[in-house]
Ligand binder design. Structure first.
Ligand code: NAP
Ligand code: ZN
Length: 376
């Protein structure tokens, strides 16, 4: 199920803290960076913070610039983004600024938390996600019910940690501030645990007065049938490779990327690459790796079209090559139509042998675009 694009935003001290332990919020950012944050807020459909941040900082979460608000209205959007909070306990202060400023409000909570929050008379919709807070269901709800396509998450640390650990963050916008907090019990940006993030990809660095904005993207594939945000990035790359194939009237244009568990790209390929008129994308990518490469057992193959099951031009179809390589996870955008082979079911063949196959239909249009001429 589709999720919004999830952008994590935080300012952090040089020693990794989000705040000090004093009663007032520690100002880590600079004036020009607060204005940048205002611009990011103006660009999203919703802003999410944890109940801990409401209690500690009592923020308003506004778009302060009148021009940016006017531009939102001119674009047919609400003046302010939807404000979202997360609370397991339902222990929320109804007098907090969060409820009395800016856009519409939405609380995600548990069954237990909903009982408590429901008695507070909050000017907000309260949505229970069941006995526990499930982040995937929360993101699906925002996408499906509230039409949220871009979500900005402004902390605190327990929220950022969970979204990165569960592979649900598309982007991290980190502002590093030239300050030390030095108090071990101050809130940290990231807590301990197992991060499904990989080695993050650096997208941008930007000095802003005396702070530095660093933008990163997680790279780690999802696990089993559960997609990660980085799965989208890699599948988009496979679709871009499909668009680079030499055109053909008798075969599809497909792109493929093989990615290790830690987010390292191992190989890529596309149809008819390097002058081979019949080579397939997955075949071309896998051929660049040594058979028995130990990273293949935990790798993911991204392919714009599901792997083929029948081939006249080579002894082994791609589904077989994937199984022989020991790959256990495939992410694809598009199920094979009957254009060249009737009843192909590469996904079914792989699933029957225990491979997880994730189809992300949001990318079908990008995967089919270089093939329009053969689809009729
Ligand atoms: N520098 C920055 O950019 C920045 C940004 C934001 C915040 N901060 C700082 O961060 C600190 C607050 O961070 P924090 O980590 O304590 O709080 P937080 O992440 O804002 O909120 C944590 C709260 O969210 C709810 N929650 C989160 N995950 C949940 C789950 N899986 N199930 C149920 N409930 C869940 C719980 O609420 P309940 O307790 O109600 O159950 C939990 O106590 C403050 O000091 C603030 O100043 C700094
Ligand atoms: Zn093939």
């Amino acid at each position: 199920m589709p999720h919004p694009y999830v952008l994590l935003s935080a300012a952090v001290s040089l020693d990794g803290y989000l705040d000090d332990t004093g009663p007032d919020r520690l100002l880590l950012s600079s004036p020009a960076d607060f204005d940048r944050v205002d611009e990011v807020r103006a660009s999203v459909d919703a802003i999410l913070i944890g109940a801990g941040t409401i209690r500690a900082d009592n923020p308003r979460l506004l778009v302060n610039s009148a021009e940016r608000r006017a531009a939102r209205i001119a674009a047919g959007k609400p003046e302010y983004p939807l404000k979202v909070t997360v609370s397991g306990s339902g222990d929320l202060d109804p007098t907090a600024n969060f409820w009395h400023t800016g856009g519409e409000k939405l609380v995600f909570t548990t069954d237990k938390g909903a009982e408590r929050a429901g008695r507070l008379g909050l000017a907000a919709e309260i949505v229970s996600l069941g006995p526990d807070l499930d982040w995937r269901r929360l993101l699906e709800h925002l996408h499906e019910v509230r039409d949220v396509r871009r979500l900005m998450v402004e902390g605190g640390g327990t929220i950022h940690t969970q979204l990165l650990q569960q592979g649900l963050a598309d982007e991290l916008q980190l502002v590093v501030s030239p300050l030390f907090v030095g108090t071990p019990d101050a809130p940290r940006l990231f807590g301990p645990g197992d991060y499904q993030a990989g080695r993050l990809r650096l997208v941008e660095t930007r000095p802003i007065e005396d702070v530095v904005l660093i933008r990163y993207e997680p790279t780690a594939p999802g696990t089993g049938d559960l997609p990660s945000a980085a799965d989208h990035h890699w599948l988009a790359l496979a679709c871009d490779l499909a668009a680079d194939c030499p055109p053909s009237q008798t075969a599809f244009s497909v792109g493929a990327v093989v990615v290790a568990e830690d987010g390292t790209e191992l190989a890529r390929g596309h149809s008819r690459e390097a002058g081979d008129p019949v080579v397939h994308a997955e075949e071309a990518a896998l051929a660049k790796l040594a058979p028995g490469d130990p990273r293949l057992a935990t790798a993911t193959v991204y392919t714009s079209l599901e792997p083929c099951t029948h081939r006249a031009s080579r002894p082994k179809p791609c589904a077989r090559l994937i199984l022989d390589a020991g790959v256990r996870r495939v992410v694809t955008a598009w199920r094979e139509p009957d254009t060249f082979v009737t009843g192909a079911d590469g996904s079914g063949v792989l699933v029957a042998r225990g491979v997880s196959v994730v189809v992300l239909p949001e990318y079908e249009e990008r995967a089919t675009a270089p093939n329009r001429h053969v689809l009729g």
